[in-house]
Design a binder for this molecule. Structure first.
Ligand SMILES: CC(C)(COP(=O)(O)OP(=O)(O)OC[C@H]1O[C@@H](n2cnc3c(N)ncnc32)[C@H](O)[C@@H]1OP(=O)(O)O)[C@@H](O)C(=O)NCCC(=O)NCCS
Length: 160
């Protein structure tokens, strides 16, 4: 498994699982119908550092992005997003990618990392807590989950 910075021509390999994850409407606050062009602008924005994970065969199996969560005097708090191709989930890729991003964020001078909207039913909540994040608060019934109805969104934080 290789974690490296993404290049622009990685996008066509990210888009299939990006679309699958967002279209499922269970984990992200983006429109499930987000077009490929809009998705590329969201994920591959010049303001973000984007990473991909390649498996041993060179297949892109995951991506993550790192960006300031706020601007101006608050620009040293990071935000990150993570997507592992569901066909490759549950094999430790997400944890390895998150540990990599935390190290990169610290090296970039960020003092902490915030996740603004973690769907409370997402199994990733357990992963983030195991990596040292805490739940600062929860916006109740903020997210219409397709199977569970209105569920909360956690704001999660970890110092770096
Ligand atoms: C969340 C996500 C990045 C985790 O990636 P992954 O490669 O499947 O996770 P890992 O294999 O590294 O597992 C990490 C831990 O989380 C737990 N976990 C992850 N996904 C899980 C799931 N769907 N169900 C149950 N547990 C899960 C595992 O038990 C594991 O615990 P362990 O390391 O103690 O064994 C991935 O499932 C994903 O891309 N989900 C859709 C997008 C998303 O939710 N992104 C995060 C938004 S906050």
């Amino acid at each position: 498994m290789l974690i490296r910075e993404a290049a622009a021509d990685d996008w066509p390999r990210i888009w299939p699982f990006w679309h699958r994850i967002v279209a499922a409407g269970e984990t992200y606050t983006w429109d499930p119908d987000t077009s490929e062009d809009a998705a590329r602008q969201l994920w591959m924005s010049p303001a973000k550092r984007v990473f991909v994970v390649e498996d041993a065969a060179g297949v892109v199996v995951a991506s993550a992005c790192l960006t300031p969560n706020y601007g101006g005097p608050a620009a040293r708090i990071a935000n990150a997003g993570f997507m592992v191709d569901p066909d490759h989930g549950g094999r430790g890729i997400g944890r390895a990618l998150a540990e990599h991003l935390l190290a990169e964020a610290k090296a970039d001078g960020y003092r902490g990392m915030v996740f603004n909207a973690v769907v409370e039913t997402n199994p990733a909540v357990g992963l983030w807590i195991s990596l040292g994040f805490t739940i600062l608060g929860t916006v109740p019934e903020a997210y219409d989950h397709p199977a569970r109805g209105p569920v909360g969104l956690h704001i999660m934080y970890r110092a770096l």
